[in-house]
Design a protein around this ligand. Structure first.
Ligand code: GAR
Length: 205
């Protein structure tokens, strides 16, 4: 790993988690550089955020490709062009295929708005709310071929209040997402994560 880690962020939407990484780099908390932001949605607000910060923002339209493999090969081309070492999924709403997973094995992280392994997939905060959990939260994990099932790096709890709605709960979870994603990226960058089977060991600095 170089002195400044070269990151790509994959997004599909508003990009508040992207912003938390941008801000963590800006403050000096993360010794990293976001070289490119890739979106599968043309009008994702995250692309505008990237441009505002002088980061290359690329829309790769899945509709232009006959298969997931061809689509991901195009993304891979973008990542290679930018010499990317670490890929962050930040609200990227697609399941990754072999092309990206094999090329960036154990170098792709994801943030998920639930305490995994509970409530995988879409609308995790609402799933948790509807289930009546008393404690919700978020998870940063390595991405593997399972749906939201890769080795867990960090989790943070959020208490569910009596007067919560799915929206107020999601807002408080998001606040924690913005904290733990930069923390997990820092651990990765400092080479302090060791995957041992399903577990991730965090080494002391
Ligand atoms: C975040 O809550 C993130 O955890 C979630 O999408 C939102 C994106 O918000 N991701 C998933 O649900 C992935 N399974 P953002 O675009 O403002 O970062």
């Amino acid at each position: 790993m170089r002195l400044v880690t070269n990151i790509a962020v994959l997004v599909s939407g508003r990009g508040s988690n992207l912003q938390s990484i941008i801000d963590s780099i800006g403050s000096g908390y993360l010794k990293a550089r976001i070289s490119v932001v890739v979106s599968d949605v043309g009008d994702a607000y995250a692309l505008l955020r990237a441009k505002k910060h002088g980061i290359d923002a690329v829309f790769v339209n899945p509709e232009n490709f006959a298969s997931k493999e061809l689509y991901e090969k195009e993304i891979l081309k973008v990542l290679k062009t930018h010499d990317i070492e670490l890929v962050l999924l930040a609200g990227y709403m697609r399941i990754l295929g072999k092309t990206l997973l094999l090329s960036y094995k154990n170098r792709i992280l994801n943030i998920h708005p639930a305490l995994l392994p509970a409530f995988t997939g879409l609308h995790a905060q609402k799933q948790a709310f509807d289930h009546g959990v008393k404690v919700a939260g978020c998870t940063v994990h390595f991405v593997d071929e399972t749906l939201d099932g890769g080795p867990i790096i960090l989790q943070r709890c959020v208490e569910v209040k009596e007067n919560d709605t799915p929206e107020t709960l999601a807002d408080r979870i998001l606040e924690q997402e913005h904290k733990i994603y930069p923390e997990a990226v820092k651990l990765f960058i400092e080479n302090r994560l060791r995957i041992e089977g399903k577990k991730v060991k965090i080494l002391q600095s």
